[in-house]
Design a binder for this molecule. Structure first.
Ligand code: FA5
Length: 338
């Protein structure tokens, strides 16, 4: 019995020594130590050995196993080292080859324009606030003086989630949220995504707006004009003219739509401004006393202005883009221009 182990040991030693590749060594590992290997088989049948022989037999079996294991490891190591050497010899890395050019990414044009606008307003002392995109009907409409069934709700094509929850159609609900939790003076801008069921060359279902508002004692329409003039001049140049046109928003009174002189023809008349010389840029007005009441402010004590603009629209005017859908088609040829 012990002789059997000695012959296995000699045979294994001989075979491992004679092997001339890593593969052969690995095959020998399976032959001797694998699940159905010779040594494994002997270990499994150890129970059949008579109790008086088992001790010596087991001890030798262990020694033979360790011996074979060591030989295999050493041999594998030698072959692996040789293989690595061969690879290093044949596959030299030419460090003088030019690397691959990885073009740097950049911010999306909407983000660039939004950042620029935010910078202008923060330099004027406004600070940035955000509100939820999934909004309660109360903040999106009711608190902005648009009770249920109010016809002004039709001005915005709303995505309803439930009867009381909507995807916000504008950033104006942030006005109410901020006013409810703060006391004047307030100078806030609220940028973010808004949603409307609307799609053509100047309308998309998801776009960005920036809301701005200022509340304090004695805030007047001239403060609104002054702030907007600084903004327009910084973003479009100091030779850009502003025009306030009377308009209607339920949450401002009086309300206005603000036009700028056409950035393409400078007011002379062209196809972009439809020969009017003017381009509409944002909506604004003095905050309606009813909105103050909803927010818990005394309208006798406080006044304020608010304005809201579409960021993609500003970007279109700034860069002379005539189709808003280009912003979100992921066409690199378009995006790379910015
Ligand atoms: C509003 O959303 C008001 N909340 C703005 C406001 C705020 C007025 C504070 C007064 C005081 P309006 O629906 O006009 O207003 O939208 C404002 C701007 O969003 C538009 O001038 C336009 O530039 C942009 N806009 C509206 N709908 C879309 C759309 N579907 N796709 C892209 N831009 C849009």
């Amino acid at each position: 019995m012990l002789n059997d182990l000695h012959s296995i040991k000699d045979l294994a030693g001989d075979e491992i020594e004679k092997s001339d590749s890593l593969r052969q060594v690995q095959e020998l590992r399976i032959k001797y130590l694998g699940k159905k290997g010779i040594i494994t088989g002997r270990i499994k049948s150890l129970g059949a050995v008579s109790p008086e022989d088992r001790r010596n037999y087991g001890q030798l079996l262990n020694e033979v196993k360790t011996y074979i294991e060591d030989l295999l490891c050493r041999s594998e190591k030698t072959f692996k080292a040789a293989e690595l050497n061969r690879t290093l010899q044949t596959q030299r890395i030419d460090v003088t080859l030019p690397g691959y050019f990885i073009p740097p990414g950049h911010l999306h044009p909407t983000t660039q324009v939004l950042d620029e606008i935010v910078d202008v307003f923060t330099s004027l002392g406004f600070h940035v606030e955000e509100g939820p995109e999934v909004e309660l009907d109360f903040y999106n409409f009711e608190a902005l003086n648009m009770p249920k069934d109010h016809p002004a709700r039709d001005m915005q094509d709303t995505f309803y989630i439930t009867d009381d929850v909507v995807l916000r159609t504008h950033t104006s609900p942030v006005q109410v949220r901020i006013m409810k939790n703060n006391t004047p003076p307030l100078r806030v801008i609220a940028p973010g995504k808004v949603y409307r069921c609307d799609a053509d060359v100047t309308h998309i279902p998801m776009f960005h707006q920036l809301e701005g508002f200022m509340v304090d004692k004695h805030i007047t329409m001239s403060d609104l004009k002054g702030v907007l003039e600084v903004f327009i001049h910084k973003v479009f140049g100091t030779d850009t003219k502003l025009r306030f046109r009377p308009s209607f928003f339920p949450f401002t009174e009086p309300s206005a739509e603000i036009d700028i002189s056409c950035v393409i023809c400078r007011g002379a008349g062209c196809s972009v401004c439809k020969n009017t010389g003017w381009l509409e840029i944002l909506g604004a007005g003095m905050i309606n006393p009813r909105v103050f009441e909803m927010a818990g402010y005394d309208p006798e004590q406080y006044t304020g202005f608010a304005f809201g603009m579409g960021i993609e629209r500003v970007a279109m005017l700034k860069y002379g883009i005539d189709d808003i859908r280009l912003f979100y088609e992921n066409d690199k040829r378009f995006l790379e221009q910015f």
